[in-house]
Ligand binder design. Structure first.
Ligand SMILES: [Zn+2]
Length: 272
């Protein structure tokens, strides 16, 4: 996933996974002086939840001596998540909106700091849940396109990688505790996706009764993905006609979602 000349933008939310990832990558860069990491935090604007996490992320970056870039939904899209969802009747969709906007915000921030790769802190549990969610929703294309590392063969868009993809959530937490990491323990008030939460508790129970099932199921998903790949057309990444960010269709999901609503696409000047 990593090369000696990389400048990696590490997506840091302030939770245990992303702070642990930052610590691990920081330790690695000490051995590779040409490598650089910059922490990137997205402030979605979730009242009495996000402020604490941004502060924790910022404190930790200071302690590790890592540069820290904070971008907000308000700054990029013209409204924070709370404000955007106020006009939406279906609160359950908060995660789908937030996921799309956050992804775009991280891309923008990573380009702004001049990174060539983006690292996110998906752990083994997250990976397996996502593979199964895609299957349960019948989305085979998405199942195949979800990968520990996503590289644009034409090199136009930043590489996205998930270095903790094989580490169970419990081990990431344990690792965080060994460094007396202060992380945000409160859950997001938007509660997460219902189906994902159910899968999480099913897998927790299964792993407890049958240690190792997480690993074997994840390995099977990777093999299935490889086997199915030739049958699925590769995602043809284009630049969004509105904002220029990578997209599988002519307009990116964030721009389609924002449309003419209160969240006006307001791309920041990109330095690169
Ligand atoms: Zn766009």
């Amino acid at each position: 996933m990593l090369s000696p000349n990389d400048h990696v933008a590490v997506a840091v939310s302030g939770g245990k996974d992303s702070l642990s990832l930052l610590m691990i990558l920081k330790k690695l860069t000490l051995r590779f002086p040409r490598t650089k990491i910059t922490a990137v935090t997205v402030d979605e604007g979730i009242e009495s939840y996000r402020e604490e996490a941004v502060q924790l992320a910022s404190d930790y970056c200071q302690r590790l001596e890592v540069e820290h870039e904070v971008v907000s939904f308000k700054e990029i899209f013209g409204s924070d998540l709370d404000g955007y969802l106020k006009d939406k009747k279906d609160r359950l969709t908060a995660c789908s909106y937030c996921g799309v906007f956050r992804r775009k915000a991280i891309n923008i921030a990573a380009k702004r700091v001049g990174a060539n790769k983006i690292a996110t802190a998906h752990n083994l549990d997250d990976m397996l849940q996502t593979y199964l969610l895609n299957l349960l929703e019948g989305d085979v294309e998405r199942f195949v396109r979800f990968s520990p590392i996503l590289q644009d063969p034409r090199g136009q868009f930043l590489t996205r990688m998930k270095p903790l993809c094989e580490i169970p959530e419990k081990e990431v937490a344990l690792y965080g505790y060994t460094d007396e990491l202060r992380f945000q323990s409160a859950s997001c008030p938007y509660m997460g996706e219902a189906l994902r939460n159910e899968l999480r508790s099913i897998f927790n129970r299964l792993e407890l009764a049958h240690p190792g099932v997480l690993f074997s199921a994840y390995r099977a998903m990777l093999r299935l993905r490889k086997l199915a790949e030739p049958g699925i057309a590769p995602a043809n990444l284009n630049a969004c006609s509105r904002c220029g960010e990578p997209s599988v269709s002519s307009m990116c999901e964030a721009c389609r979602m924002t449309g003419e609503s209160i969240l006006q696409a307001n791309p920041l000047p990109i330095i690169q």
